[in-house]
Every structure is written in structure tokens, then in C-alpha cells.
Write a protein that binds this ligand. Structure first.
Ligand SMILES: C[S@@+](CC[C@H](N)C(=O)[O-])C[C@H]1O[C@@H](n2cnc3c(N)ncnc32)[C@H](O)[C@@H]1O
Length: 313
């Protein structure tokens, strides 16, 4: 019998089934970004903790330089799989796979880096924020400071108004969709530039409530029937080069309950609120959208001033 927390874990996607881990291993964008970031961040001799190890792949990357990697995984099937895979891979013996809940586990000694990839678009569903906040409190209580470096170090989230195609061979179905970030989808029209709605820095205390209200200047007329959610993970910062190694999650598009027509120059207001780790329906239920100003040539300058910083590079 599963206990209540395990049932919630299954429902919210914490227990990612074994077959889905193949998709994650095949996601070149994700894998390559993490590999580069881990190779950069983990210095020779380092002690590393991974929370949510899955197949053990990120712990394997870390083990190439680290002296010791503690790899914590909650799903018993994945614990077995990670041990099996690591035994086949170079330096796998440096990784200790521990069957434990990341909300409770602390390593037996201080660590230099904590790797955690419990990341869904918008920081929804998976428990990255709560796991890291809980870890920080417990780690400080046991070992004192300083805290280890977190990988990812920060997350930048943005939202963008869209017109999306919801016609499937004549069948209308406004349904949640995911898109790869490097593919052009013909039925997708970007009506305005994305606007950043939240930046989470794991080196600071992170509030799990994400609430936002912002305005967009419509650049292209159309039917606004969806919002695209964009999540960029700053995996590591390369200070000497003044740059970062990032991983952009797949885009998530949520249909609007009440689509409406917009024209170039309109100002659209969007608001929503949800908790990190919360469900997608909880975000959907909170979304409000409205046109707050219609475009008129003479007011254009004023209209531009009303729109905040909305560029998401
Ligand atoms: C998105 S997967 C990432 C797996 C692996 N790190 C990778 O990059 O391929 C997240 C993993 O975290 C595990 N997980 C979720 N909640 C956990 C918890 N509370 N404690 C330990 N592991 C957890 C899941 O079972 C899953 O294997």
C-alpha cells in the first residue's frame, strides 16, 4: 500500500516511471547542458550530493571529477536501475545510490555541490523549490554554513501570449501542449514578446508562491487563445568568462478559457498565481487576461511606457 505522500508523488509526477527516463536520456539539449555545467562546476576532489538521481546519469557526470557522490532517489525501481547502470560506467564506484526521500536525507559530511533536477516547466508539479529549501534549513542546522553551490543556481521564467492552432483533422481541442524550443511550429503565432515573471535564485531564500501581473504590447494581431510558459535554468555561472550554462525546458502552452481578438498596438494584461510544485490546473484556474488599452496612433508612445520590461533573451 502506498502512503499518502507516495500517492501524491505519483499524481504530481514525482514518481517518473522507468520508461520515461529513456526520454530524458535522449533529450540531447538537457543532457548536453547538464554535462557541460557539471564538468565545469565539479572540481577535482569535490564531494557532491544529487537529489533525485533517477538513472544516475548526472551523478555519473559528477563522478568523473568528484571524490564522492551521494545520489538520493525515492523511487525503488530507479534505485535498482541506477545501481545497475553505474556499475557499468567508469567511476560509477564513486557514486553511492541511497534509497531515501530528498525531503529527509542529509549526507554524512558537508558537500561542495548539490545537483537537483526535479524541474518541470514553470517549476510546477515537481518539488525542486521545496526540496532545496528544506535541504538548506536542515543542512545549516547540522553542518552550519556555508551552503553548497546549487546546480542549477537559478531559474528564470517568462510568459508569452500566443495564437495557437487547436484543430486536429477538423476536431477542435484546446488542450495543453508542449513544444521543443528549437522547432518552428507553423500553427503558432507569437502575438507579443515574452515577459519575465519570476527569477528564483537558489543561493537566496526562495518563496514558493509565484504570483504575477504584467502587461504586453501586442505586436501582431490575431486571436489570443493561449499562453506559452518558458523556463530557463541557469545551471552554472562561469565567472571568468562572465557567462552561464543554461538549459531551456520545453515550452508549455496552456489554452485560455476565454480567447479574444487582439490587434497590433493593444495592451493586454495577464495575471496568475501558483505555488512551485503545484499542479498545472492550479495555474490554469488562476489565469486572468484582458485588453486594457486599444491601440491608437497618437497614444502609442504612452502605451509603450505602460509596458514593463518584456524582453526575454
Ligand atoms: C526529472 S527526474 C531526473 C532524474 C535524473 N537526475 C536525470 O537527470 O536524468 C527526477 C527524479 O527525482 C526523483 N524524486 C522525486 N521526488 C523525490 C524525492 N522526494 N526524493 C528523492 N527522489 C525524488 C524521481 O523519482 C526522479 O527519478
Amino acid at each position: 500500500m502506498l502512503n499518502e505522500r507516495e500517492i501524491e508523488s505519483c499524481y504530481l509526477g514525482q514518481f517518473i516511471p522507468v520508461h520515461y527516463h529513456h526520454n530524458m536520456l535522449m533529450d540531447h539539449n538537457r543532457m548536453h547542458s547538464f554535462k557541460s555545467a557539471i564538468y565545469h562546476a565539479v572540481k577535482p576532489g569535490a564531494k557532491v550530493l544529487e537529489l533525485g538521481g533517477g538513472t544516475g546519469v548526472l551523478s555519473f557526470f559528477a563522478a568523473q571529477q568528484a571524490d564522492k557522490v551521494y545520489c538520493v532517489e525515492f523511487n525503488p525501481d530507479m534505485v535498482q536501475e541506477a545501481r545497475r547502470f553505474l556499475a557499468m560506467n567508469e567511476n560509477g564506484h564513486k557514486v553511492e545510490v541511497i534509497h531515501a526521500d530528498a525531503f529527509e536525507y542529509l549526507p554524512p559530511e558537508p558537500v561542495d555541490i548539490v545537483i537537483c533536477e526535479m524541474i518541470h516547466v514553470g517549476m510546477l508539479r515537481e518539488k525542486q523549490v521545496e526540496v532545496i529549501e528544506s535541504f538548506k534549513r536542515r543542512y545549516l542546522a547540522r553542518f552550519g554554513g556555508p551552503l553548497p553551490i546549487f546546480l542549477p543556481e537559478a531559474v528564470i521564467m517568462a510568459v508569452q501570449p500566443l495564437q495557437l492552432e487547436y484543430d486536429f483533422e477538423g476536431f477542435q481541442a484546446p488542450i495543453i501542449q508542449f513544444q521543443q524550443t528549437n522547432v518552428v511550429y507553423p500553427g503558432t503565432i507569437e502575438l507579443a514578446q515574452p515577459g519575465v515573471y519570476s527569477i528564483l535564485d537558489f543561493n537566496q531564500p526562495v518563496d514558493s508562491l509565484i504570483a504575477w501581473e504584467g502587461r504586453f504590447l501586442v505586436e501582431k494581431g490575431g486571436r489570443m487563445n493561449a499562453l506559452r510558459f518558458i523556463t530557463k535554468n541557469v545551471l552554472t555561472i562561469i565567472e571568468e568568462r562572465g557567462t552561464t550554462i543554461d538549459w531551456l525546458n520545453h515550452y508549455m502552452m496552456l489554452p485560455l478559457a476565454r480567447p479574444f481578438d487582439v490587434q497590433a498596438g493593444d495592451i493586454v494584461q495577464v495575471s496568475f498565481a501558483y505555488r512551485a510544485g503545484g499542479s498545472i490546473p492550479s495555474l490554469e484556474a488562476s489565469i486572468r487576461t484582458e485588453v486594457v488599452a486599444r491601440y491608437e496612433e497618437q497614444e502609442n508612445e504612452q502605451v509603450r511606457e505602460q509596458v514593463g520590461e518584456s524582453v526575454f533573451a
